[in-house]
Write a protein that binds this ligand. Structure first.
Ligand code: TA6
Length: 296
């Protein structure tokens, strides 16, 4: 088994863990159970902003923030997702689990890699404006790949409807020279044009701000990065929607913890249950959103 290690570290105000498996290094914070970065060998695969700040109550720019129990602004969600909230106009973007501590349930090193388990328990973190009994479980498994499983358990006695996304920031050589393979023919909602429904024609290239929710997505997507001679493979299950986002030049100027030029070297592809793909769980039911990330 390759050399592996786990060390607990403090990054400014945040308690974190640095997990190594062979030449792969994962950094994760207790706040948000957020993957902050993931490096394969010498090169980042998951991007972390050069201007990232590690402060309590503030999501870190980069990594894999967890958007739950809604993706984006609540008002852009299906009415059934919005109806779960008592004060929808005051709801924060991307839900309320990004900027709060999750509970570490355990870290295990075994022959098949390193496993980390975190939970976010509504009973321990009551949300007066979202009064539903749910338990979130995040399982991270690091071996030659990064495996992520986010489980939502409905412990209430009524149906639970939610949307979610693993808001993954990927490192790329130059967004103008990368393509996404696997979205061809998929319908998408253009968030920059009133969430109008369009259809992807051919490989996805980038020549401007892009913010789309793809639907009916395949379970395998690939980022083709010729300059770095790298293909990043994304395999998912439990999801039929994926968000593709790059802020480009002008929006970059309005983003926190984001250098003006950083748009060139990042690309978000977010495995989700968003829009038509939001989930409704009956009492006692659970749903697992999984993603597996690796490069070659
Ligand atoms: O996932 C794309 C998106 O919804 C964009 O519209 C942009 O707002 C991005 O998320 C970042 O959101 P944040 O709240 O993390 O700054």
């Amino acid at each position: 088994m390759p050399h592996s290690s786990v060390e607990q570290i403090q990054l400014d105000e945040l308690l974190c863990w640095r997990v190594r498996y062979g030449s792969n290094t994962l950094l994760i914070s207790q706040q948000g159970a957020q993957v902050l970065s993931y490096i394969e060998g010498e090169r980042p695969l998951i991007w972390l902003s050069d201007l990232a700040s590690f402060k309590r109550g503030q999501p870190v720019r980069g990594g894999i923030p967890i958007c739950w129990p809604w993706f984006a602004n609540l008002g852009q969600n299906p009415p059934s997702v919005q109806a779960m909230h008592l004060q929808p106009d005051s709801a924060p973007a991307h839900g309320f689990v990004r900027g709060v501590d999750w509970q570490l349930q355990g870290i295990q090193t075994s022959d098949d890699g390193i496993h980390l388990d975190f939970t976010f328990d509504i009973r321990l973190n009551p949300q007066p404006d979202w009064p539903h009994d749910a338990l979130l479980q995040l399982h991270l498994h690091l071996d030659e790949r990064l495996h992520i499983a986010l489980t939502t358990c409905n412990r209430g006695d009524t149906n639970l409807t939610y949307s979610q996304a693993l808001h993954s920031y990927f490192a790329v050589s130059d967004i103008r020279n990368v393509q996404i393979d696997g979205l061809q023919g998929s319908p998408y909602l253009d968030c920059l044009d009133g969430w109008k429904r369009q259809v992807q024609d051919g490989l996805q290239h980038f020549s401007g701000e892009t913010d789309r929710v793809y639907l009916e997505t395949a379970d395998q997507l690939t980022i083709i990065d010729e300059a770095w001679q790298r293909r990043i493979h994304l395999h998912s299950s439990g999801s039929r929607s994926a968000v593709v986002w790059n802020p480009w030049i002008s929006k970059s100027l309005r983003l926190s913890q984001f250098a003006h030029h950083a748009w060139q070297n990042m690309l978000c592809i977010e495995h989700a249950n968003a829009a038509d793909d939001c989930k409704t769980l009956s009492p006692g039911e659970r749903h697992i959103l999984k993603a597996c990330i690796w490069s070659e």
